[in-house]
Write a protein that binds this ligand. Structure first.
Ligand code: SF4
Ligand code: SF4
Length: 289
C-alpha cells in the first residue's frame, strides 16, 4: 500500500505579502532557518529510507518553501528514489527553477498559486513555461477574489488549454451567482470548492493511506484534526495507520476533502491528486508535449 505524506515543517516565512496571510513578508532568524533545515533533513532521510512501499510526499508549508535552496535539494533527492511516486510542493512560483534540471522531473508535482498583487502575469507565465519545458506535472490557481476577475481571465487565456486552472473559493465571501458562474467557467470544479463537505463519521483516507507530518515527525491524519496518531520516527509507527472516520463536522479545503471516500475524487484526479491536476488535463498535457 502506498503512503502519502503531507509534510509541513516549521518554515513560516514568505517573500510575498498577501494581506490575508499570517506569514506574509515574515522573515525567519538564522536559528529558525537552522531548525527548519534540521527537521527537513531528518524527514528526507526518513523518506529515503522508507522503501517497503511506494511513497508520495507533498510539501505544504506555512509559507513559501522554494525560496530556500534546502527545499530544492530535498525535492531533487526524493525525486530520484525509486520508491517515490511523486514529490510535490505548494508554491507561489516566484523562486528560481533551475534546480529542476537535476530532479527527475516526471516525478515532480507543482501546485502553483498566482498572486496578481505580488507578481506580473509575464513573470508568472514564464515560470509555468519552465515547468512545462521540464515535463513537470503542475496546476495553476488563484484565490477567487471577484476583484481579480480580469487578471484571472487573462491568465486563463494565456495558458494552454491543457493547463488546469483552479480557483480557491474565499470561504468567508458570499459570492454573487454571476461570480460563481464566472469562476466555474475558469475552473469546472469550482463549486466543489465553494462549500464545505459534510465529513463527520465519514470514511476518509486520512490516517490510513495519507498523513500530515510536522517538523518533529508528529503524524496527524490531516492538517485539520490536531490529535496526533503517532510519530514517524518511532519504531512501529505504521501500525497506527488504519481507517478512521472523520471527527470534524465538515471538510472544506482541497488538500483534505480529496481524501473523503464518498466524493470519489481519486477518480477525478488520479495520479495528479497532490498537485491538483485532473486526469483529463494530465492526459492532454502529456499528449501535447
Ligand atoms: S504567497 Fe502564500 S504564503 Fe506567501 S503571503 Fe501569499 S498566501 Fe501567504
Ligand atoms: S475529511 Fe477532511 S478533516 Fe476529516 S479526516 Fe479527512 S481530511 Fe481530515
Amino acid at each position: 500500500m502506498s503512503l502519502t505524506v503531507l509534510y509541513r515543517g516549521p518554515l513560516s516565512s514568505c517573500n510575498y505579502g498577501c494581506e490575508y496571510c499570517p506569514f506574509a513578508k515574515r522573515h525567519e532568524t538564522a536559528e529558525e532557518h537552522a531548525a527548519d533545515g534540521a527537521a527537513l533533513s531528518r524527514f528526507v532521510a526518513w523518506a529515503l529510507g522508507r522503501t517497503h512501499s511506494p511513497l508520495r510526499v507533498f510539501f505544504t508549508p506555512w509559507g513559501e518553501a522554494l525560496t530556500q535552496v534546502r527545499y530544492h535539494e530535498a525535492m531533487i533527492r526524493l525525486s530520484h528514489a525509486s520508491h517515490m511516486e511523486r514529490v510535490a510542493v505548494q508554491t507561489n512560483l516566484s523562486a528560481r527553477l533551475d534546480w529542476l534540471t537535476e530532479a527527475k522531473a516526471e516525478r515532480v508535482g507543482v501546485w502553483a498559486t498566482f498572486h496578481p498583487a505580488w507578481t506580473t502575469m509575464e513573470r508568472f507565465l514564464a515560470q509555468t513555461e519552465r515547468l512545462r519545458a521540464r515535463g513537470v506535472h503542475f496546476s495553476v490557481g488563484v484565490v477567487g477574489f471577484p476583484e481579480h476577475r480580469a487578471a484571472i481571465t487573462a491568465l486563463r487565456a494565456a495558458l494552454p488549454a491543457s493547463t488546469y486552472v483552479w480557483i480557491n473559493a474565499v470561504k468567508k465571501l458570499v459570492y454573487a451567482e454571476d461570480d460563481v458562474r464566472f469562476f466555474e467557467s475558469i475552473d469546472p470544479l469550482f463549486r466543489l470548492n465553494l462549500k464545505p463537505h459534510p465529513s463527520l463519521g465519514r470514511a476518509c483516507q486520512a490516517g490510513e493511506t495519507v498523513i500530515a507530518v510536522d517538523g518533529d515527525g508528529v503524524a496527524r491524519r490531516c492538517h485539520f484534526i490536531p490529535e496526533a496518531i503517532g510519530n514517524i520516527y518511532q519504531a512501529g509507527f505504521e501500525q497506527a495507520l488504519r481507517p478512521r472516520p472523520c471527527t470534524n463536522a465538515t471538510c472544506g479545503c482541497h488538500i483534505g476533502y480529496v481524501h473523503l471516500d464518498y466524493l470519489e475524487l481519486g477518480k477525478v484526479f488520479g495520479a495528479g491528486l497532490l498537485e491538483r491536476v485532473p486526469v483529463h488535463f494530465s492526459a492532454s498535457s502529456i499528449s501535447q508535449r
